[in-house]
Design a protein around this ligand. Structure first.
Ligand SMILES: Cc1ncc(COP(=O)(O)O)c(C=O)c1O
Length: 414
C-alpha cells in the first residue's frame, strides 16, 4: 500500500507569508509567542479580504444584482469551506457567529433555557476557558439546574474516572468541554466525554476554539452535538467564528438574536423563523470576514493540520526542555506529547506582568494573566501565569530569545 508522507512544516518558509514579521519591535525582531490569544494573518488571507472588498462587496442574500450575487457566493462559499474543514455532514449545520464565545452563548441560551430545569445537571471542566464556563453557570442558575466541574489530576489531565461519582444520580443534560486547554495546552479526550454524555442522555458541547488551529477537528469523529470555533486563532480575521450543530437540534431550537434575515414571515400577530442557518444569523453578518475565514481555512489546510500539530509538539518539547534548564522557572501542565504548542510557567518570586513587560523590551511577546481560566488558576494555586504559545510560523530561535529574556528578567528583578 502506498503511504503518503507529508513534508515537515517549514516554519521559516511559512513566516515569509506574514507581513507582521517584517518590522522591528523596540528595535528587535519580533518573537511572537502569543498565538493562543490570537494568531497573526498571512498575506493570502489579507489579500482575499481586500480583493473581496475591491471587487465583490455588497450585502448578502438580499440583492438580485451582480455584486450582491458575488458577495452571497463568497459568504456561502466560506460556509461550505468551514463545513468541509469540520467534516460537517452539511454546510447548513454551520452557523456563522461573531466568535467562539457567541457560538457557545447561542447554545447556552437557545438550547439551555428551554431544556434545563431543577434536577438537571450541567457539567463543565476545571480547565475550561470562561467562554465555556460562565454561560453554562449563568444558564444553570437561571433554570435551577445544578452546575458542577470535572476536576483535573496533578498533570492537568481531566479525571474521567471521577465522572460517574460526580454525576451521581443526577439527570446529566449538558457536558461542556474544550478540545485543547488555552492555558495548559492539554488535549482533552472529547470523544470519550461525548460517549459518556450520550450514555447519560446529555448533549456534548465542545469548545474547539483552541483545537481547530492546531489539530484536525472532525465533528463526526468527536461525536459532539455542538462545536464552537473562532477564525482569529487560525490565521483568519477577528469578528467571525462558527457554531456547528446537529441539524435536528438546530431545527428544534429557538433563535438567539431576532431581527432581519432570520424570519420566514412577520405580521403584527406573530413571526415565524427562517430555515437553519438563517434562523441564527440575524442582521448583517461579518461578510468580508467570512471570506477571510474561508481563506484562512484554505491556508492552514494546504499546510496540513497534521504537520501543524507535529510542529507544535516539537516546539512544546523544545520549550519545556529549555525552561527546565532554569531551576527558578516552574512550568504547568502535561508532558509535550499530550499538549498543543502552549506552555504556561511562572518565574520564582516575580509577578507574571513584570516578566512579560521586560520581555516586551526584548521584542518577545508573551501573555501574562489568568487566561480567562480563573477556576484553573485556583486549582494551580496561583493568581496568574506567563504563557508562551506557538503556531505554524514559530521558530525555535524565538524560544531561545524567550529563555535569554528570562535570564534578563531575573537579573533585573531578583
Ligand atoms: C479555549 C478557548 N475557548 C474560547 C475562547 C474564546 O474565543 P473568542 O474570544 O474568539 O470567542 C478562547 C480564546 O482565548 C479560548 O482559548
Amino acid at each position: 500500500m502506498a503511504v503518503t508522507v507529508r513534508p515537515k512544516l517549514d516554519a521559516q518558509k511559512q513566516r515569509a507569508d506574514f507581513p507582521i514579521f517584517e518590522q522591528l519591535i523596540h528595535g528587535k525582531p519580533l518573537s511572537f509567542l502569543d498565538s493562543a490569544a490570537s494568531s497573526q494573518k498571512p498575506r493570502q488571507v489579507l489579500d482575499a479580504m481586500q480583493r473581496f472588498y475591491e471587487t465583490s462587496y455588497a450585502n448578502v442574500h438580499r440583492g438580485v444584482y451582480e455584486l450582491a450575487e458575488r458577495a452571497t457566493a463568497g459568504y456561502e462559499g466560506a460556509r461550505e469551506t468551514v463545513g468541509r474543514f469540520l467534516n460537517a455532514p452539511s454546510p447548513r449545520e454551520v452557523v456563522f457567529t461573531r466568535n467562539a464565545t457567541e457560538a457557545i452563548n447561542l447554545v447556552a441560551y437557545a438550547w439551555g433555557l428551554n431544556n434545563l430545569g431543577p434536577g438537571d445537571l450541567v457539567l463543565v471542566t476545571e480547565l475550561e476557558h470562561h467562554s465555556n464556563f460562565v454561560p453554562w453557570q449563568y444558564v444553570a442558575r437561571r433554570t435551577g439546574a445544578d452546575f458542577r466541574m470535572l476536576p483535573l489530576d496533578d498533570e492537568g489531565q481531566l479525571r474521567l474516572d471521577a465522572l460517574d461519582e460526580l454525576a451521581g444520580s443526577s439527570r446529566v443534560k449538558v457536558v461542556a468541554a474544550g478540545m485543547v486547554s488555552n492555558s495548559l495546552g492539554s488535549v482533552n479526550p472529547v470523544e470519550k466525554l461525548s460517549a459518556w454524555a450520550h450514555d447519560r442522555g446529555a448533549i456534548m458541547v465542545c469548545d474547539a476554539a483552541q483545537g481547530a488551529p492546531h489539530r484536525v477537528v472532525d465533528v463526526q469523529a468527536l461525536g459532539a452535538d455542538f462545536v464552537a470555533v473562532t477564525a482569529h486563532k487560525l490565521c483568519g480575521p477577528s469578528g467571525i467564528g462558527a457554531l456547528w450543530g446537529r441539524m435536528e437540534l438546530l431545527e428544534e431550537m429557538e433563535p438567539f438574536n431576532l431581527g432581519g434575515h432570520m424570519i420566514s414571515r412577520v405580521t403584527v400577530e406573530d413571526t415565524s423563523w427562517g430555515e437553519v442557518p438563517a434562523k441564527f444569523e440575524a442582521g448583517t453578518q461579518a461578510i468580508a470576514e467570512a471570506v477571510g475565514f474561508g481563506a484562512a481555512v484554505d491556508y492552514i489546510t494546504e499546510i496540513g493540520l497534521d504537520a501543524i500539530e507535529q510542529h507544535e509538539h516539537e516546539l512544546a518539547a523544545y520549550a519545556l526542555d529549555r525552561l527546565a534548564e532554569l531551576p527558578w522557572v516552574k512550568t504547568y501542565g502535561p508532558p509535550a506529547k499530550h499538549r498543543a504548542g502552549i506552555v504556561s510557567f511562572n518565574v520564582e518570586n516575580i509577578h507574571p506582568h513584570d516578566v512579560a513587560q521586560i520581555l516586551d523590551g526584548e521584542g518577545v511577546a508573551i501573555r501574562a494573566g489568568h487566561h480567562c481560566c480563573q477556576p484553573l488558576m485556583t486549582k494551580l494555586g496561583v493568581a496568574a501565569t506567563n504563557r508562551a504559545s506557538f503556531y505554524l510560523y514559530t521558530v525555535t530561535d524565538e524560544i531561545d530569545r524567550l529563555v535569554a529574556g528570562l535570564h534578563k528578567v531575573r537579573k533585573i528583578l531578583s
